[in-house]
Design a protein around this ligand. Structure first.
Ligand code: ADP
Ligand code: MG
Length: 524
């Protein structure tokens, strides 16, 4: 076939199919338009069987004389010049969505502005002049039989339940990006999803994930960055579905920033579990290039390292337990100071190491309540982070003989251990990770090394070494040792869980204790 330009109708359909690739994309584009129009309430009705939907908002509306041109290709009220493209402040700016929907469905747009006595309605793509319609200020956009004229797309769509899950996810992401809005969606006229307006992520997320334990959430907010995370000892996910970055009001996929988040939670969760962490960033508009993907969920971000550092420092602060001195318990603590107990010396929150219980738990008192710390996992966490910071192999004399397959020996060599072949499948190990030079561990080393030789990942190996070297539960500890351990544990990056994901500390807050013992009854 000779080369020739494509007919307009084909070009339109190609472009439309790119932006509106699913029912969820239609919902996203219409809801984003409502948000750009400053709506506070968005109502969505869905008929997934016929791929029809309607989105109504209470935003500023569209002037009647703008309606006929509303679905022209690349027509927008949001930017006007090349310069504007560098300062995009709105969710939309490409003027593609309504044009795409008009190409792929029967589209009806009804809208009323504050200055108008009634609303006006147009049907597209026919483009007859606007007809008056009784309605409140705002906009209602109706999409009938999406993809009816694009059978290749329509017939390839996933099942209805899958499409609805996709729509639900889309709405959840829009809501976390705009927590103050009210959302209501019905499917076949039955209530399906409702989200009440919230001040911030902390209020919103329990609506999205109702089974989440709100006690396990931590929240922080500054003008630049808002973070909501699940404390790893309490909250984790079976999939990486809630490691989410929101940039200037849009949930985006940003592998580098997601990796930064994951790194902060490294070795804090059990195998095959993932953290819950939503980070909302407010970045100056000129530092973002949204024009990377038609759906704009991928972006180019200037000063990426700066934002990675911001996220990292915020998360690290939040992952530390920091008891706040409260009036009454502060007083208790001062009283306690007069007795001769051990007191932590420097920067982390002041605590008192009280005693050891059952030769396993260390009882710690702080200004907000008490902690029961399991000695083995706390020590494991301390040793693990030391190994991460300072991976050191030291000569051991005499060497240790172990029986290993060649593959197992290769694993030890890859970790940097010094090995020498000594007969059939027997090896002499001549260097050891630093914590294993402890003479008390001597007799277990062949067993530990055999175990270590099954691991191919340095981080897992370090977790294993820490676990095997840490103080065992059941070991009596003196005050000095407990004090040092608690102090070191408080300084760790991730004090909540051991590197295998077990919780380290059971916190009992003064308020919870008072509630349990019904103390408010007396006060009342
Ligand atoms: P874009 O959002 O990129 O500007 P769209 O095709 O989504 O392009 O919308 C075209 C224009 O229609 C918008 O620029 C806006 O002016 C107007 N519009 C669409 N939906 C709404 C709405 N819900 N409320 C007010 N105006 C709207
Ligand atoms: Mg738009």
């Amino acid at each position: 076939m000779a080369i020739a330009p494509l007919p307009r109708v084909v070009v339109d359909r190609i472009a439309a199919g790119e932006v509106i690739d699913s029912l969820a994309a239609a919902v996203r584009e219409l809801a984003e338009n409502a948000i750009d129009a400053q709506a506070t309430r968005i109502v969505i009705t869905l008929d997934p069987d016929t791929l029809s939907l309607e989105v109504s908002d209470n935003g500023v509306g569209i002037a009647a004389n703008d309606l006929p041109a509303i679905a022209q290709f690349h027509s927008t009220s949001k930017i006007g010049s090349l310069e504007d493209l560098c300062h995009v402040q709105t969710l939309g700016f490409r003027g593609e969505a309504l044009h795409g929907l008009a190409c792929l469905s029967r589209l009806r747009v009804a809208s009323r502005t504050a200055g108008s006595d009634c609303g006006w309605e147009v049907s597209l793509p026919t483009g007859s002049p606007p007809r008056p319609r009784a309605m409140a200020v705002g906009t209602t956009i109706t999409v009938g039989e999406l993809f009816a004229n694009l059978p290749a797309r329509r017939d390839g769509l996933p099942s209805v339940p899958q499409q609805l899950r996709h729509v639900q996810r889309t709405l959840h992401l829009l809501a976390i990006a705009h927590p103050t809005l009210s959302w209501q969606a019905t499917v076949h006229r039955h209530p399906w999803l409702t989200l009440a307006p919230s001040q911030n992520l902390r209020e919103l997320l329990p609506q999205v994930l109702p089974r989440l334990d709100p006690q396990g959430l931590r929240h922080s907010q500054t003008p630049q960055i808002e973070v909501l995370l699940g404390v790893p000892s309490v909250v984790s996910r079976p999939r990486p579905d809630w490691i989410q970055v929101v940039l200037n009001g849009r949930a985006i996929a940003h592998p580098d920033l997601e990796q930064t988040i994951l790194d902060c939670f490294r070795r804090t969760l059990p195998r095959h579990r993932f953290p819950l962490c939503v980070v909302r960033l407010n970045v100056p508009a000129h530092e973002i290039d949204w024009n990377r993907h038609p759906a704009k969920h991928e972006v180019y971000l200037h000063r990426l390292t700066h934002w990675q550092e911001q996220i990292q420092s915020q998360l690290q602060q939040m992952l530390h337990p920091e008891p706040q001195p409260s009036g009454r318990s502060h007083h208790l603590l001062r009283l306690a100071e007069q007795s001769q107990n051990y007191q932590a010396s420097s920067s982390p929150p002041p605590v008192r190491v009280r005693s050891q219980l059952l030769n396993t738990y260390i009882l710690v008192e702080h200004s907000g309540g008490i902690w029961l710390v399991e000695q083995h996992v706390a020590h494991e966490r301390v040793l693990f982070e030391e190994l991460e910071r300072h991976w050191q192999l030291l000569p051991c004399d005499p060497p240790i003989a172990v029986t290993l397959t060649p593959a197992a020996a290769d694993n030890l060599l890859a970790l940097g251990l010094d090995l020498e072949s000594f007969g059939v499948q027997t090896w002499l190990v001549r260097s050891l990770p630093q914590p294993w030079l402890d003479p008390l561990l001597q007799e277990h080393l062949p067993e530990f090394l055999t175990e270590l030789s099954t691991l191919t990942d340095l981080s897992l190996a370090q977790a294993q070494i820490a676990c095997r070297s840490a103080i065992k539960n059941g070991t009596p500890l003196d005050g000095e040792v407990m004090h040092r351990l608690i102090h070191q544990w408080q300084q760790t990056r991730n004090p909540h869980t051991c590197p295998h994901g077990r919780p380290i500390c059971l916190p009992l807050e003064t308020n919870d204790l008072a509630r349990y013992f019904r103390r408010p009854w007396l006060a009342g």
